[in-house]
Design a protein around this ligand. Structure first.
Ligand SMILES: Cc1ncc(COP(=O)(O)O)c(C=O)c1O
Length: 389
């Protein structure tokens, strides 16, 4: 690792390769149509994104800080109400709230897997899943993105190399997936994933961070839409629900295990009670937001069709509001974003390490708060850039 004295030179190196990240603040979006936010139901936007007066009045009495970790007196009524709501809504035996989706994944995977276990992990899994797996020191097989047949082949080859099948506690095999990939807007075949898990004795861990609130009945996510029950279900509240935090759901013993063993939960102050009441409010609203869900999905299809008419290739992403236009080099993505800004659009370039090298891109998130005219115009501008190159 570099010493502190080396940092200016290393930062310059990142800048010269188009890899330095700028801090885009909210006010930088002023006057621009914003396609960077993950709140696909439009809850965070002005007008619709504020907390209702009635509920907020109670929060004036509430403390900003929980005071301690959940285990040591920091559990508040708001935490329990969120967990109760999720348990009932998702038809799970238990739910445990974390301060972020990142903390949920790192905590849960770190607590559930150990060095004797085997993990099959999709090549494009989110950093929080990767970090949780690394923390667990489980043996890891990374299979090509969405290719579950390859996962099964690689697993069978690994058994013949001496890793025993998962028959005993402490020798579990986990399949770890996202239901809706945040950089590509594509999804695995969750039914097939469940079947493979049942056939081969694996456990299924599904991260629904980007799907929760947006897809499925009452926004329950893509597993619910497919009629699939993962062994562990992770939800994120910072995306469609327009809140903050994450949760891990499953059988009753799962919650108790994580309560005792998930390090990001045990060794961290509990989520802010004020924030958690606000979360409860936005979760209730998310549950009933069928109109916004339908609008977000319809506008996404409209935008994809407009891009296709412009001759823009959309890769593997076929559904939903995350639309990626892969441009390749970092500098191309930077230049395209800057040209779009001049045209009145806020679209950020996504570069390594968020996406693999050579796949820098524009990532557009369509929300229920967008308008067709803006989507049409954005598609035309992107089409012009892509054709020019
Ligand atoms: C798939 C996935 N999982 C987990 C997370 C982490 O969620 P949070 O932003 O709440 O920490 C993200 C967010 O970037 C994500 O895209």
């Amino acid at each position: 690792m570099p010493g502190l004295a080396d940092l200016p030179e290393l930062l310059e190196d990142l800048r010269s390769h188009g890899l330095l990240r700028d801090a885009w603040a909210d006010q930088d979006a002023e006057g621009l149509v914003d396609f960077t936010l993950n709140d696909t139901l439009g809850f965070r936007r002005p007008r619709s994104g504020t907390v209702s007066r009635e509920t907020s009045r109670g929060w004036e009495q509430e403390r900003p800080g929980a005071g301690a970790s959940r285990l040591l007196g920091g559990t508040h009524e708001s935490h329990l109400q969120v967990e109760r709501l999720l348990t009932e809504w998702l038809e799970a035996e238990s739910a445990l709230l974390f301060s972020s989706g990142y903390a949920a994944n790192v905590g849960a995977l770190g607590a559930l897997l150990g060095p004797d276990d085997l993990v099959l992990s999709d090549a494009l899994n989110h950093a929080s899943l990767i970090d949780g797996i690394r923390l667990s020191r489980a043996r890891t097989i990374i299979f090509p993105h969405l290719d579950l047949s390859a996962a099964a082949r690689m697993y069978k080859a690994s058994i013949s190399e001496g890793h025993p099948p998962s028959t005993r506690i402490r020798r579990a095999t986990w399949l770890v997936l996202e239901s809706y990939y945040s950089m590509d807007g594509d999804s695995p075949d969750l039914k097939k994933a469940r079947e493979l898990c049942d056939e081969l004795g694996w456990n299924l861990y599904v991260d629904e961070a980007h799907a929760f609130g947006l897809f499925g009945p009452e926004g329950r996510g893509l597993s619910a839409a497919a009629g699939v029950r993962p062994d562990v279900l992770m939800l994120g509240f910072g995306k469609a629900a327009g809140g903050a935090g994450g949760a891990v759901l499953g059988v009753r013993a799962l919650r108790e295990w994580l309560w005792n063993r998930a390090r990001s939960f045990v060794f961290s102050t509990a989520p802010s009670p004020v924030g958690t009441w606000a979360l409860l409010d936005t979760l209730r609203r998310t549950r009933t937001a069928d109109r916004e869900r339908a609008r977000s999905v319809a506008l996404s299809s409209f935008f994809r069709e407009a891009l296709e008419r412009e001759g823009v290739s959309l890769g593997t992403g076929t559904h939903g509001p995350i639309v990626s236009v892969v441009l390749g080099e970092e500098k191309k993505a930077l230049e395209a974003a800057s040209r779009l800004k001049n045209q009145g659009f806020r679209v950020l370039p996504v570069r390594p390490p968020t996406v693999p090298k050579g796949t820098s891109r524009l990532r557009i998130t369509v929300s229920a708060a967008h308008e067709e005219v803006d989507l049409e115009r954005l598609a035309e501008e992107i089409g012009a850039i892509v054709r020019e190159w």
